[in-house]
Write a protein that binds this ligand. Structure first.
Ligand code: GLU
Length: 489
C-alpha cells in the first residue's frame, strides 16, 4: 500500500503552530513511507472563509519546506497539481451533491425542511429538559405524502444523515486504540446545506475516499467527528482509511494554548526571526520523540525515524523558551554570511538600508547572543546609527556613579583624550588602553566600562565592548563619548 495522507486546512485565518504541527506530521509520515502528501483546502463553510488565508497557509507550508505532491499549484492556486483534483472543495460541489443524493436514494439520508425557527424551538425545548440540544428527527419520519407536499411548496431543504438509533460505532485509532461511541449519542447531522454546500463531514469523507487517502492524521479535537465519518463510510460501503488523532498542544500550565503562552501565527513567528529549520525541529517534537533525550534533530533524521509508534497520546507542551533556545542553536549553526543575509531585511526594516559589509563584521558579535533574528536589531543598532545614542543620564550613571556624576564625567573626558591619541583602533589596543586608564583613575573596570558601554551602544547589555568600539570606529566613538560628557555638565 502506498501511503497517501492529506493536510486539509480550512482557510479561516492565519495558520498557527497547531495547524503547522499537523501538516508537519503528515508530511513526515508521507516522506518516511515514500508516500504522497496532499494539500486540500476545505473552504465549504463560506461564512468562515477569510480572503488570503489559503495563500497564507501555502506560504507557511513552503516556508517550512513542506512541499505538497498534490494540491493547488503554488505558482497559480487556481490550478491543481495531481490527478485527483480539484483540491479546493468549493470547486467540487457537484461531487458532494451527487453523493448526498446517492445516500438519500439508498435510504441512509433524508431531506429535512424544518425552518430555522422550528430548529430553534426544538433546541430550546431540549435545553429546558436538560437534554443535549439536537435535532428531533422530525423529517426523518415524514410520510411520502407529507414529503411531496413540502416539496411542492418549494421549501429550502437540507440533507441529513439517518444515524442508526441503536448500537455502537467503533474505530481503531493507531495512537489510542479502539474508540467506541453509542449511536444514540449522535444526531442526524446535516450533510448538505440548503445552498448546496456540503458540511465538513460529508466533504471530508467523500474526498478522503476519492483521493485514496490511506491515513488520516489529525488533531485530537476531531475524535468526536470520526464515528460520524465511520457511519458514512459504512453507508457508502467504502473502506475507511486508518485514523490517528494527534495529541493536543497545551501551554506549560496545561491550559489551552493561547497568545499568553507565546502562541503565534506563522507570519508572526517569521516576523520575529524564527528560522524555519528551528520551527521544523520544534514542531516535530510536539507529540513525537526520537528517544528520551535528543532535542536537536535534522530533517533527514526526522524523516528516517518518524512513525506513529513514537507519538504519544498525552498532550504536547508548547514551551516558547524551548523554541527560543532551539532557534539560538540553529542561528549559531549558520555561516556568518548566511546569518548576515538573513539579518539584512530585519535591520533595513527598522533602520533603513544598512551597510552590508558592516553587518557582516557585526555578525560575529551577535551570533552567539541572539535567540531570534529580530533581537539582533536592538542589540546591534548602535553599529549602524550615525550619530549619538538615546539613553537617560540615570542609565548612563547606573548604580556605580549615581551619587558621583562628576567623577563619571571626568572619567569619560579622560577616555576621550586617551582614545583621541590612539593610532591603532582595534579591540585589543582599545582594551589595553581603557584598562590602564581605569587603573589610573582608581575605578573598578566594570564600572568604568559600563559608562563607556552606555555612551557608545546606548544599552547596558551589549556585545563585547571593545569589539563594538572597533566596529563603531574612532570618529563615532569619540562623538558619543563627548555627547555623554555634555549630558553630565
Ligand atoms: N478542515 C478541517 C480543519 O480545519 C480538517 C480536519 C480533518 O483533518 O479532517 O482542520
Amino acid at each position: 500500500m502506498t501511503v497517501r495522507v492529506r493536510f486539509p486546512p480550512s482557510p479561516t485565518g492565519e495558520p498557527h503552530v497547531g495547524n503547522l504541527r499537523t501538516a508537519l506530521f503528515n508530511w513526515l509520515f508521507a516522506r518516511h513511507h515514500g508516500g504522497t502528501f496532499i494539500l486540500r483546502i476545505e473552504d465549504t463553510d463560506r461564512d468562515r472563509v477569510v480572503p488570503g488565508a489559503m495563500e497564507a497557509i501555502m506560504d507557511a507550508l513552503l516556508w517550512l519546506g513542506l512541499h505538497w505532491d498534490e494540491g493547488p499549484d503554488p505558482q497559480d492556486p487556481t490550478h491543481d497539481i495531481g490527478p485527483y483534483g480539484p483540491y479546493v472543495q468549493s470547486r467540487r460541489l457537484p461531487i458532494y451533491q451527487r453523493y448526498a443524493q446517492e445516500l438519500v436514494e439508498a435510504g441512509h439520508a433524508y431531506y429535512c425542511y424544518c425552518p430555522p425557527e422550528r430548529l430553534e424551538q426544538v433546541r430550546k425545548e431540549m435545553v429546558r429538559q436538560k437534554l443535549p440540544p439536537r435535532y428531533d428527527r422530525h423529517c426523518r419520519y415524514l410520510t411520502d405524502d407529507q414529503r411531496r407536499e413540502l416539496e411542492e411548496k418549494g421549501l429550502p431543504r437540507v440533507v441529513r444523515f439517518k444515524t442508526p438509533l441503536a448500537g455502537e460505532t467503533s474505530f481503531y485509532d493507531l495512537i489510542r486504540g479502539t474508540i467506541t461511541v453509542k449511536n444514540e449519542t449522535l444526531d442526524d447531522f446535516i450533510l448538505l446545506k440548503s445552498d448546496g454546500y456540503p458540511v465538513y463531514h460529508l466533504a471530508s469523507v467523500v474526498d478522503d475516499h476519492l483521493m485514496s487517502i490511506t491515513h488520516v492524521l489529525r488533531g485530537e479535537e476531531w475524535i468526536p467527528s470520526t464515528p460520524r465519518h465511520i457511519l458514512l463510510y459504512q453507508a457508502f460501503r467504502w473502506q475507511p482509511p486508518h485514523f490517528a488523532h494527534l495529541p493536543m498542544i497545551l501551554g506549560p500550565d496545561k491550559a489551552k494554548l493561547s497568545k499568553r503562552h507565546g502562541d503565534m501565527s506563522v507570519r508572526e513567528l517569521k516576523g520575529k526571526g524564527y528560522l524555519p529549520q528551528a520551527l521544523f525541529n520544534f514542531l516535530g517534537l510536539l507529540g513525537w520523540s526520537l528517544d528520551d533525550h535528543t532535542e536537536i534533530i535534522s530533517q533527514e533524521t526526522f524523516i528516517r525515524h518518524f512513525d506513529l509508534d513514537r507519538i504519544s497520546p498525552s498532550p504536547a507542551i508548547f514551551n516558547i523558551e524551548k523554541l527560543n533556545w532551539m532557534n539560538g542553536v540553529y542561528i549559531r549553526s549558520l555561516s556568518q554570511d548566511e546569518l548576515a543575509s538573513l539579518l539584512e531585511p530585519f535591520f533595513s526594516r527598522r533602520l533603513g538600508s544598512v551597510n552590508v559589509d558592516l553587518l557582516k563584521q557585526a555578525v560575529p558579535l551577535i551570533q552567539e547572543r541572539i535567540k531570534t533574528l529580530e533581537e539582533a536589531v536592538a542589540m546591534a543598532a548602535f553599529v549602524f546609527l550615525p550619530g549619538t545614542m538615546e539613553y537617560s543620564v540615570q542609565e548612563l550613571l547606573g548604580k556605580a556613579f549615581a551619587q558621583r556624576p562628576q567623577e563619571a564625567r571626568t572619567a569619560l573626558e579622560a577616555a576621550c583624550s586617551r582614545l583621541e591619541g590612539l593610532e591603532v583602533w582595534d579591540a585589543q589596543t582599545l582594551e589595553e588602553s581603557m584598562r590602564t586608564l581605569a587603573q589610573r583613575l582608581g575605578l573598578r573596570t566594570g564600572d568604568f566600562f559600563m559608562l563607556l558601554r552606555v555612551a557608545i551602544t546606548g544599552r547596558t547589555v551589549s556585545p563585547p565592548l571593545f569589539q563594538s568600539m572597533q566596529l563603531v570606529g574612532k570618529e563615532r566613538t569619540l562623538l558619543r563619548l563627548r555627547d555623554a560628557v555634555r549630558r553630565l555638565c
